[in-house]
Design a binder for this molecule. Sequence first.
Ligand SMILES: Nc1ncnc2c1ncn2[C@@H]1O[C@H](COP(=O)(O)OP(=O)(O)OP(=O)(O)O)[C@@H](O)[C@H]1O
Ligand SMILES: [Mg+2]
Length: 387
Amino acid sequence: MLFNTRPKEDRKDLYDREKEIEMIKDSIARGEWIAVLGMRRIGKTSVVNVAVKEIGAIKVSINLMRIHDSRKKQYPKHVLISLLIEEINEAIKNYTILGKVAKLLSNILGVEEIQTNKVRAKLTKIRGTDITYIIREMDSIARDNKKQLVIILDEAQELAKVNGLDFPSIFHDVYDNCKNTVIIFTGSMVKLIEKTLKNIEYTEPFFGRYIRKITLGRFLPEQSREFLEKGFEEEGIKVDESVIDEAVKRLDGIPGWLTLFGSEYTFSAKMGTKPRIDEIIEKAINEVRNEARNFIFSTQSPLRYSAVILALDRLGGKGELHEIVKVSSTILNENIPEPRVYEILNRLVEFDFIERREDNEYYLHQDEPNRKGLILAAKDSPASYSI
Ligand SMILES: Nc1ncnc2c1ncn2[C@@H]1O[C@H](COP(=O)(O)OP(=O)(O)OP(=O)(O)O)[C@@H](O)[C@H]1O
Ligand SMILES: [Mg+2]
């Protein structure tokens, strides 16, 4: 079903993205490592899921968002290792052929049974070489079973915050020795991931290795329209063209919003209540509002972040640095130094709350949930009540 709001697993539930799926499958088949990048809710997880499933690889998915804490700049290594062990354990449950790895893990940890909450103290003793040893074992099991091993590192920018593990050398070892293994880096903080991967690619000893980048973009308006039409047809619901027009216009080709819209609209229609477009879009706005508010509050100067966002809004949704400096300073009634505004804008770009385009101007996202959600979050800042 196109309107299922979970990440998709099967191609029949996925609209388009054929080219990207083929690229991912092709890379996996060649043993090339991949980075799948794109803004939030654009369909990264879905596209990777479908490709990996179709190629029949063993999948170990590590969602680094689970260790993410926006207030922390660094994590000790055991935080990552415990996540890694949990996810490998999960994979062992799904693929009986990986059974041997459980034994290996308990040997390394010196315990009978692996329960990450009970072995925390031991996790600090695990070294990078233990991690590569485990991956090598999984790789050889996969090879013996004529399968490939795909390790997905979602929100890969978080790797840069982990202390005490030398990732370039871990990846170097895996790259050279695990010919059956492909690592897929994914995430929405595109700029930060690119930075992290550059560090991995260009730091000895991983120098010169190539990670293929696949970027997912928004649907074009005619694709959004077709997506909605097909989805409603699947659900057996008749919808006015004007509704589709409005959704296409307000949601700007972001598959996650279109899916949410389709699913909520269908739900109301099937319940016999009149679907309200504004209410549905407000749900999406609130999702972004919460995410953005958490982000703004985690910064050192929520007030200035809020002022910069509100300045962009006052400038009609886009502006050059010097204009934003001027307007945000007026809003706060203080002179915010230009380098500081520049830094704040970059941070907002890195976290994908705003865009910086080739014309060097800064833009609020065009879709209503992202744009309004961000502005509302800026207004939520307690100190901005006076704004
Ligand atoms: N091409 C598509 N066809 C149908 N549904 C899609 C498509 N792409 C994404 N979706 C839907 O959009 C939502 C977001 O997709 P998904 O979780 O795969 O995106 P993501 O980029 O991984 O998001 P996040 O950055 O939040 O992890 C889900 O509800 C998913 O089912
Ligand atoms: Mg995802």
